[in-house]
Design a protein around this ligand. Structure first.
Ligand SMILES: [Zn+2]
Ligand SMILES: [Zn+2]
Length: 302
């Protein structure tokens, strides 16, 4: 048995799947936002303004892509809400997706997801901890491809940007949900919410269709900095190749996985571990010397 998390072909593309601009409540205009991300080495940016979808084709460059997207929401009481981020193919008609804010009296959380779902769509449950979603609310929703395992903006705002516990809860229940790291960009100061978390996507080309295809196939990882070069299961052994890291954690279930640490100042770049048997999924977290993490997608084992 040989399972690789990434395809052999294609190229790595760096992208932020969650960003606001002056088209909603962000402080940076779309053109400046795109230019800043491009200057930081990003290949694509999804501008996901609140309840409005904008294609922004004029900001595309030969080496930079705007992936059309938006964020939608339903408030639930004073402190609880649901926010969902979606990316769409470049040729989606805008009027299909320019609908007003979800109304909790008229629309359930599942209605909102159902309305956004469709072909060539990638849907992410945004910052569930900041939204103060209960585990049973996260569990009850169907039809999202990913959960934000790390959201820079809500983490820096009030330490509410991490969701690995909720993600593993879903994975233990055999849900096929991927992890995304993103910025949820609103501002532009040094302590702001830019360039803190992103995805590395292995795609055929820098087009919206290729990136969406790679995302929905799970051909990507989430990161705050470390790189995952390969993640493979072969003949009952897990192999992870990464940029120099101090910790590599293999998270599994029902057996409880294993953590590996650097020794004697030798960082880890290659980790091999036998499976214990009976795992339904295996995922890797690689942590570097400054505490930044990269999250692989799970490899599911039947
Ligand atoms: Zn949000
Ligand atoms: Zn947002």
């Amino acid at each position: 048995m040989y399972i690789s998390a990434f395809p052999d072909g294609g190229r790595w593309l760096r992208g932020n799947l969650h960003a606001h601009t002056t088209l909603s409540d962000g402080t940076v205009p779309p053109g400046e936002q795109a230019a800043d991300y491009r200057a930081m080495g990003y290949d694509f940016l999804s501008v996901t303004d609140h309840n409005t979808m904008n294609r922004l084709r004029e900001l595309n460059r030969e080496d930079f892509l705007i992936l059309p997207g938006w964020e939608r929401d339903i408030p639930y009481g004073k402190f609880k809400c649901l926010h969902v981020v979606g990316q769409f193919a470049a040729d989606y008609p805008l009027d299909t997706f320019s609908r007003p804010k979800g109304n909790p009296d008229a629309m359930s959380m599942q209605d909102l997801l159902d309305e956004m779902n469709g072909d060539n769509v990638f849907i992410t449950l945004a910052h569930p901890v900041w939204s103060r979603m209960e585990p049973e609310e996260v569990r009850a929703l169907q039809g999202y491809h990913a959960i934000e395992v790390f959201n820079t903006g809500t983490e820096r705002l009030c330490h509410a940007g991490r969701a690995d516990l909720l993600w593993d809860m879903l994975l233990r229940e055999k849900r096929k949900v991927y992890a995304v790291a993103c910025d949820d960009t609103h501002g532009k100061t040094e302590e702001s919410d830019r360039f803190g978390g992103w995805v590395m996507v292995k795609a055929d080309a820098l087009t919206a269709e290729s990136v969406l295809r790679a995302l929905t196939a799970g051909h990507f990882y989430a990161t705050q900095g470390p790189e995952i070069h390969s993640f493979v299961i072969e003949d009952g052994r897990v192999t992870v190749d990464c940029s120099p890291c101090e910790e590599v954690h293999l998270v599994t279930w029902p057996p409880r996985g294993k953590s590996v640490y650097s020794t004697d100042g030798h960082s880890l770049t290659h980790v091999e571990c036998p499976l214990k048997g009976g795992e339904t999924y295996v995922r890797a977290e690689c942590v570097d010397a400054v505490g930044h993490t990269a999250w692989s997608q799970p490899i599911w084992l039947e």
